[in-house]
Ligand binder design. Structure first.
Ligand code: SF4
Length: 447
């Protein structure tokens, strides 16, 4: 049962030492009650506090692991309704569905595309996570063949979907130790599928047609000893799915309602690309833990991958790169020197445009706590003095003959301050928009 802040406070040492990073025990207790802090941050918590608060601060949405260890997908463990409250933790896992009723040759071709798909953005590799093998034939042999092909050629985790328990068991035997997600236990087959999930140590989807049925089903499965559950509450339209997802998340977080404290799986359907993107975007934001795509389509994946990356970054921790000098291309003593901030997006955009220009350059990245150029300048983190200090500390002056520093055009006003801090250097004001950087560098290089 959830404890109030006051109840938690009574169990804390009440010394207000601040070692947990929060000035008072009361403030820490309030954060624990809101599940936005962890008791482990207090080094002086008693055993009694650990036992009582630990049980009460159990994650309201269970963490479920799917797939083999080297491609393990984690879903659940979320603690907030809105990303800005703290952060969303485990990104929506994207799965692509394959049917054993399709010719295996065609499936092989598409499965290879799932394996090879990779989009690189701001230093992260964005990939597909799971494959769903659908036993539409309801026969064992084609299902097992497709399971072997999907697992063998990608190494990724699988979702095994079938109404035939014999086919499911055959697939589970092939994937022993690889924790495939079994789809799905229903009110009609709960005992049989619970036994399979326990025997093969695999997570299990609980599927029901109403919320009440789903609550009864997860309660029954939990009483049978199945802990790793994923919820599936099908609906006719995306609006209803959104309502169900929101209701499930609210019940789990706000009412600590254990029968709904599990990750959620949603399925995309339809052919119209714009509708698919719109539906999937809604479900990524609210609150699909696993999203099954009905086809392998790069034009569908591109916006979804970028949205997922944006939603699942921690809003309190800007994504940063290490402040240092980055050689872009193979710069020499006469190559231009540029500077910008250590906000990842800024770094990758600027370095990408330098690469596009074909002009090798030294890029001096200044520590701005992950702020972008204008934000860093406004916050006093990207000042003339700091840029001058970063260039001096980089040791560049000993390695290059060029004494020209190109700064972002939107902070042209600090050029004089930089020149004061870097005697002998000339500051050139570059373009205000990164898109204009490549032509600018080419022009500077006389190309
Ligand atoms: Fe209180 Fe523990 Fe935080 Fe110290 S570290 S302020 S004792 S909660």
């Amino acid at each position: 049962m959830a404890l109030t802040g006051l109840q938690i406070f009574k169990l804390l040492p009440k010394t207000n030492c601040g070692e947990c990073g929060i000035p008072t025990c009361m403030a820490f207790a309030m954060k624990l009650a809101a599940k936005s802090a962890e008791l482990a941050a207090c080094p002086y918590a008693s055993d009694e506090a650990k036992k009582t608060i630990g049980a009460a601060s159990k994650p309201p949405i269970r963490l479920v692991k799917i797939g083999p260890p080297d491609h393990e997908v984690l879903v659940g463990n979320e603690t907030v309704l809105f990303r800005h409250e703290k952060t969303f933790v485990h990104p929506t896992a994207f799965a692509v569905a394959f049917s054993d009723a399709e010719p295996i040759i065609e499936s092989c071709h598409e499965i290879a595309k799932v394996r090879d798909y990779c989009l690189e953005r701001v230093g992260e590799r964005l990939e597909l996570n799971l494959l769903l093998v659908d036993n539409q034939s309801e026969e064992v042999e084609p299902f097992v063949e497709l399971v072997k092909t999907a697992a063998g050629s990608t190494g990724k985790g699988l979702i095994l979907r079938s109404v035939n328990p014999e086919a499911l068991e055959a697939g589970l035997r092939v994937l022993e130790g690889q924790r495939p997600l079994i789809h799905a236990a229903t009110p009609e087959n709960a005992e049989q599928l619970a036994a399979l999930a326990l025997q093969y140590n695999a997570p299990l989807v609980a599927r029901a047609s109403t919320l009440d049925e789903l609550v009864a089903l997860t309660t029954r499965l939990a009483s049978l000893g199945v802990k790793d559950l994923v919820l599936d509450l099908p609906s006719d339209n995306p609006a209803a799915t959104l309502q169900y997802n929101t209701l499930i998340r609210k019940m789990a977080l706000k009412s600590s309602f254990e029968p709904l404290g599990y990750p959620v799986i949603n399925f995309l359907s339809g052919d119209d690309l714009s509708s698919l993107v719109a539906d999937a975007s809604t479900l990524i934001c609210k609150y699909a833990s696993i999203l099954v795509l009905n086809r392998m389509d790069v034009s569908l994946l591109l916006p979804l991958m970028m949205l997922r990356q944006n939603i699942y970054t921690d809003p309190q921790k800007p994504v940063q790169v290490e402040p240092k000098v980055y050689p872009i291309g193979d710069p020499g003593a006469d190559s231009p020197v540029l500077t910008t901030t250590n906000f990842s997006l800024t770094y990758f955009l600027v370095s990408g445009e330098i690469e596009n220009s074909g002009v090798p350059a030294h890029l001096v990245i200044v520590e701005t706590e992950g702020m972008s150029v204008l934000t860093g300048w406004a916050a006093g983190k990207f000042t003339g003095a700091k840029i001058a200090a970063a260039v001096k500390a980089s040791g560049l002056e000993n390695r290059i003959k060029n004494r020209k520093l190109i700064i972002p055009g939107c902070v042209a006003q600090i050029s004089g301050e930089i020149e004061e801090g870097l005697p002998g250097w000339e500051v050139l004001v570059g373009p205000g928009e990164v898109i204009d950087l490549a032509p600018y560098l080419k022009k500077q290089a006389g190309r």
